[in-house]
Write a protein that binds this ligand. Structure first.
Ligand code: AMP
Ligand code: TRP
Length: 334
């Protein structure tokens, strides 16, 4: 990748990170860090679009930083910081609120899912959340954004906003149009209880997800209880696709074992799900338990985590202020 490319991504500090975050985002963050300049942000302003208890929010910000480090992000290579410490995010979000269109936001499926049946009661912040996400990315003029498949629509909106800003203010190419980097093999890790729903922090049952801090015992129990199928494992993707829970387990197995899906199906076809589950639990324990241990160890030294955020914020702020100066000028703000 050339020097002009810049990666930006954000993770909400809303508690336990899980296997979906790990495969959909964090593992990708780490491999990108080896090739290109990366900025990784703990997006606390996004988190408060749904009420967060202040003490829990503070804890969760540090835990997210610990999770970044435990999966292999290096603060000497990547910029790691929290969103609210760089005020440019909020300022640019306001400017982009005035560029983005109500009709565009009305199409956002995540808002519809999160707001539920009573949309009148959702916060205004939740509604304009995608504009803040566009601001996060465009504040640094990031070109590439590693995310899970659930964020694709928001990324498309960010591109529309960038394009409209460039057109409105007559500055072609001012904002690059950010490209999503979505994992091909496993862009969406599904719930262990319902293969049609994504694995998420907000699903009530903890048995629906593998958390990064789960013990070997937790992982064993959760995989054993995971929904599967009564027939033996099929030998082709077409048949598997009709069984979303089974497909999800094989997908996770292929990802954690770093083999492609065909190979995983070959290995498992004709076998009982108990066989797959034993192998899967073993592989997940090897991969996830050391990460969880490291998160817990890092959380014992909070001043160290706070220091990482502080240094990251300083670096992020320098880039943000430089870009904001030009943005204000384009818009005509004195
Ligand atoms: P969030 O926790 O919602 O801030 O998500 C952080 C990152 O993890 C984003 O890039 C999401 O797209 C990704 N992610 C969250 N849940 C999943 C999932 N079940 N499968 C794949 N990626 C996910
Ligand atoms: N909306 C993302 C999520 O819920 C988090 C996020 C906020 C983000 N700002 C971002 C991701 C900028 C990528 C780039 O997962």
């Amino acid at each position: 990748m050339s020097e002009k490319k810049l990666v930006f991504s954000g993770v909400q500090p809303t508690g336990n990170l899980h296997l979906g975050n790990y495969f959909g985002a964090l593992r990708n963050f780490v491999s990108l860090q080896r090739k290109i300049k990366c900025i990784y942000c703990v997006v606390d302003l996004h988190a408060i679009t749904v009420f967060q208890k202040p003490n829990e929010l503070r804890e969760n910000v540090l835990e997210t930083v610990a999770s970044f480090l435990a999966t292999g992000l290096n603060p000497d290579k990547s910029i790691i910081f929290n969103q609210s410490s760089v005020s440019g995010h909020a300022e640019l979000a306001w400017i982009l609120n005035c560029v983005s269109r109500i009709g565009w936001l009305n199409r956002m499926t995540q808002f519809k899912d999160k707001a539920g049946s009573d949309k009148e009661k959702a916060s205004v912040g939740l509604y304009i959340y995608p504009n803040l996400m566009a601001a996060d990315i465009l504040l640094y003029k990031a070109t590439h954004v590693p995310v899970g498949a659930d964020q694709k629509q928001h990324l498309e909106l960010s591109r529309d906003i960038a394009q409209k800003f460039n057109n409105d203010y007559n500055c072609e190419d001012f904002f690059p149009l950010p490209e999503p980097l979505i994992q091909k093999n496993i862009s969406r890790v599904m719930s262990l209880r319902d293969g049609t729903k994504k694995m998420s922090k907000s699903e009530e049952s903890d048995f629906s997800r593998i958390n990064l801090k789960d013990s070997a015992d937790d992982i064993n129990k959760k995989i054993k209880k995971a929904k599967s199928d009564s027939e033996p494992i099929p030998d082709n993707i077409k048949s598997l696709e009709k069984k979303p829970e089974a497909l999800n387990l094989i997908n996770i197995y292929s990802e954690v074992s770093k083999i492609n899906l065909d190979k995983a199906i070959n290995e498992m076809s004709g076998k009982e799900y108990s066989f797959l589950k034993t192998k899967l639990a073993e592989a997940l324990i090897n991969e996830i338990v050391p990460v969880g241990k490291e998160i817990k160890k890092l959380l014992e030294n909070k001043p160290h985590l706070e220091q990482i955020l502080e240094k990251g914020s300083e670096k992020a702020n320098i880039i943000a202020e430089e870009n904001l100066k030009n943005i204000r000028e384009k818009v005509g703000l004195i």
